[in-house]
Design a protein around this ligand. Sequence first.
Ligand code: ADP
Length: 288
Amino acid sequence: MYQYRVEQLQKDAPDFDRSLAAIEEARSKKTAQYIGEGAVFLLLILVGAVFVYRATRRQFVLSRQQQNFMMAITHELKTPIAIARLNLETLQKRRLEEAQQQKLIANTLQEANRLNALTNNVLVASQLETGAYTLNRQNVNLSRIASEALTELQNRYPHRQVHAHITPELTILAEDTLMQLLVSNLLDNAVKYSPKETPISLTLTVQGNHVVLQVTDEGIGIPADEKKRIFDKFYRVGSEATRTAKGTGLGLYISKRIVQDCKGTISVTDNAPKGSIFTVYFAKWQGA
Ligand code: ADP
């Protein structure tokens, strides 16, 4: 185009130089415009590529976590079923002494409770995810829930040392079932991630206008850079190979969702000299 317009100019015309300069100026403006447009276009493509890369990566990580989750959950479901089945078969086939019978029954009940907790977690997680869970908040006596969870823990682990300090009649605005799930998730983790011979503590106290629930253990603890991530869905510290305790990575994710839905906060800090302290703050029910 530039060539054509130059050729069209009369070389001996009086305004040849001016016209040529104008054509050249127009040409350099166009060139600058094309470069500018090209750069913007390239930038947009690059930004788009970064977004696509990030989304793909996120999807990849999530699908890997989901795969691990499916493996973990299959194991978690199969183990209690296998144990309960074996216990029941033994009870059916053999004449056992009363004490032995009671032991097998207690063990079967314990496994059934584990199954119950696990299915509750999975159910609540999927309901929270799809928005199908309609929160029905009422006055909940957290002291009663904490005491019940403690009794259940002591039934399941009669030899475990548990320190408890539960202030009576502390009420918050929440949902009964979800609070049970929260307390049992925290207690289960304290048991799972600490040696059998170390104590666990559960306290429920009042601080100003807040009800404070704390579960403390003297176990393996949680590295500083993992403290935030353990509340993510399916997240488990370490690799599959190094993990000895079985789990799904759902418990704390659900716990955090439950606490947030009740306008509370949950956090984890180090216990001294070893272990972790999970602290949950709720607004205290002030009465109608
Ligand atoms: P799960 O226990 O099923 O793996 P959670 O969501 O309950 O899933 O916990 C996520 C991760 O946080 C666990 O896999 C574990 O690595 C870490 N964790 C949770 N509670 C404790 C604890 N009391 N002590 C040490 N690590 C813990």
